[in-house]
Design a protein around this ligand. Structure first.
Ligand code: ARG
Length: 465
């Protein structure tokens, strides 16, 4: 076997084969043009494996030094775009190994001792995803901070709260935004939790059954910063639960982004007119000169479908697979890569967009004045005067019906008219019927009173610091 055999022959395993692969099959089975993205993790994993092989006396110190030297050069070549990726070499692993062997000879050929691409790729994907999850965590914090800032500035701004998209009760705009901060906080928690299950080392499982070499798996785990080693080789090479979990968490995160997007789109419409988004997040129309379209939230809403699609793809990928590794698993990468890219871009752009939002408090308050948003407050007022809640509800329904017929708000009915519904109603009712009074009254944990919004802002700031 010549040093460059892996590079020269068409496939790494071809001694057994009597005919070459067709170009179509090569293209169909190769993954290098997408999995080359794992190159850093692949080299990192190989170096940790090689170091352990040397400590265990399975390769010499000279071999390990040669491997290190070769990998340094390969790193430079890839980072500078000089590295020649070859379709014939199928995937990132064989491309790097072939180049290593070309550079350092037999030492390169010893690297794969006690290892298979099956445990290698599982290790690479875990290493790579762990890093991405950490970056996503940072981006989630940034987005939450941006939303908390806008929430604080708008702790006193009133807009109608909706149920069924019908005006329900007045809420603070800050309170509304903090609802999304709660969602993103849970998303961040989920990322931290699933990271623990990403962070286990498959290396040492070899192809499927483990290996006969005395590998020190714990040592490799320590070198690579894994929290533990996998406990069953069959499971380790075939498990993609971590990828599914991640994509599920990503899907839920995108659903939150999508709900926020839907609101931004509605709020920016002429019918609502609650907010404006900075021009740089919008586009115009090629035919209608007056248009400014909220493209970014619309696309985020659309891309949510794409990420949820990746979750469906990954979970379906696994459903019929027998143990252990199957080539199906190669199909885990593109959905995972695209999920990460979509998520990171979306989080970045939303943090920026949130910071640049223009709030229109008058329009919000005007809308809250429509739709009898303080009717519940009048019922609560009567309850405090001794009426059972169900009776109070009935009384107020009559008042609202009459007010609708007269085309006025409850607060515009004179006191003698209001007293006709119930004699307990007095002058102080007008404070209760005001939007601000309604808001301030909800001063309990989790409520929309501006004092509560400020308390929550402080809690979030401490949490996100
Ligand atoms: N490119 C493969 C993947 O992504 C690497 C593992 C291949 N293993 C094998 N036995 N063919 O899954």
């Amino acid at each position: 076997m010549s040093t460059n055999q892996l590079d020269k022959k068409s496939q790494a395993w071809s001694a057994l084969f009597s005919e070459p692969m067709s170009e179509l099959v090569k293209r169909y089975t190769a993954s290098v043009f997408f999995d080359k993205r794992l190159w850093k993790a692949d080299i990192q994993g190989s170096l940790a494996h090689a170091e352990m092989l040397q400590v265990q006396g399975l390769i010499s110190a000279a071999d390990f030094a040669a491997i290190q030297k070769g990998m340094t050069q390969i790193t430079d070549e890839i980072a500078s775009g000089q590295f020649e990726w070859k379709l014939d070499l199928e995937d990132v692993h064989l491309n790097i190994e072939a180049r290593l062997t070309q550079l350092v000879g037999d030492a390169g050929k010893r690297l794969h001792t006690g290892r298979s691409r099956n445990d290698q790729v599982a290790t690479d994907v875990r290493l790579w995803l762990r890093g991405e999850v950490d970056e996503i965590g940072v981006l989630l914090t940034e987005l939450q901070k941006a939303l908390v800032d806008v929430a604080e500035q708008n702790a006193d701004v009133i807009l109608p709260g909706f149920t069924h998209l019908q005006v329900a009760q007045p809420v603070a705009f800050g309170h509304h935004l903090l609802a999304y901060v709660e969602m993103f906080a849970r998303d961040a928690e989920r990322m931290v939790d699933l990271r623990r299950r990403i962070n286990r080392l498959p290396l040492g499982s070899a192809a499927l059954a483990g290996t006969s070499y005395p590998l020190d798996r714990e040592r490799v785990a320590r070198t690579l910063g894994f929290e533990g080693v996998s406990q069953n080789s069959l499971d380790a090479v075939s498990d993609r639960d971590f990828a599914i979990e991640f994509t599920a968490a990503a899907s839920l995160l995108m659903v939150h982004v999508s709900r926020l997007s839907e609101e931004l789109i509605l709020w920016m419409s002429q019918s609502f007119g609650f907010i404006d988004l900075a021009d740089r997040f919008c586009t115009g129309s090629s035919i209608m000169p007056q248009k400014k379209n909220p493209d970014v939230p619309e696309l985020a809403r659309g891309k949510t479908g794409r990420v949820v699609g990746h979750l469906m793809g990954l979970i379906t990928l696994m459903k019929g697979q027998p143990l252990a590794y199957n080539k199906d698993n190669q199909e885990d990468k593109e959905p995972l890569f695209d999920t990460v890219d979509t998520l990171k871009d979306t989080l970045r752009i939303f943090a920026e967009m949130a910071a640049g939002i223009t709030v229109k408090p008058e329009a919000m308050e005007r809308a809250a004045r429509k739709g009898y948003a303080t009717a519940t407050d009048l019922a609560d007022y009567l309850v405090k005067k001794g009426l059972p809640f169900r009776d109070a509800h009935e009384v107020v329904a009559h008042a609202v019906k009459d007010a609708i017929a007269a085309g006025v708000d409850l607060s515009e009915l004179p006191l003698d008219k209001l007293k006709a519904y119930n004699p307990a109603i007095e002058q102080d009712v007008y404070e209760v019927l005001s939007l601000r009074g309604s808001l301030n009254a909800r001063n309990l944990l989790g409520g929309t009173a501006p004092a509560q919004v400020r308390a929550q802002v402080a809690r979030h700031r401490a949490r996100l610091a």
